[in-house]
Design a protein around this ligand. Sequence first.
Ligand SMILES: O=P(O)(O)O[C@H]1O[C@H](CO)[C@@H](O)[C@H]1O
Ligand SMILES: O=c1cc[nH]c(=O)[nH]1
Length: 236
Amino acid sequence: MSTAHINAKPGDFAETILMPGDPLRAKFIAENYLEDAREVTNVRGMLGFTGTYKGKPVSVMGHGMGIPSASIYFHELITVYAVKNLIRIGSCGAIHDDVKLMDLVIGMGASTDSKVNRIRMRDHDFAALADFNMVRKAVEQAEQKGLSVKVGNLFSSDLFYRPDEDLYPLMASHGILGVEMEAAALYGVAAALGAKALTICTVTDHILRHEHLDADDRRTTLNDMITLALDTALQL
Ligand SMILES: O=P(O)(O)O[C@H]1O[C@H](CO)[C@@H](O)[C@H]1O
Ligand SMILES: O=c1cc[nH]c(=O)[nH]1
């Protein structure tokens, strides 16, 4: 059975899926990192693939930009396609002095200005958390690879272009390591539906310093994030 947004068949997805926002990044990962990858869904151009990584079945699929888009895919992958482990791999903007371009940030938690988790919890706060074992495995893998990772709180913003930029220093003063747009929803959907989730982000921009990665650095650091996510997937 397919859904309104995913035209894969039951069993087409592996238990573990990597999810970038960009469907073309999903295609790039399928073509360059997975073996025997085949396209399993393409509704609205939101491409998804399943193959193997070092012998283990792994899927990769885009989720689009922002919480409403991503939440649809998270929900349907868990409820209809029995996906158990979701690893978002994304880009983020840094606002903290201790976080620099090309760093990897593991989102142990995710704050947000979105109301989605409050809708779930009848307007009460919900601590949107990654699965502890996935965080631990990712940190172990990063240490083995000698990668610089920061672990802490992300901020999932509903607005890429905020009118209230004075919020960024306030976020920084509360220890937010990176601003992106989906992790808080991923953690809320996974908690509600009994799945496990993790977010790993590459710092592509320093919002307060107006710094941005150039094309070469983007490629290198995306490679680090992708292999970190895939080697973490092997441990699950
Ligand atoms: O690089 P991705 O995974 O798309 O993530 C970040 O980039 C997009 C904004 O440019 C948002 O989706 C944000 O979360
Ligand atoms: O959401 C995002 C993603 C990358 N860089 C940003 O500044 N924000």
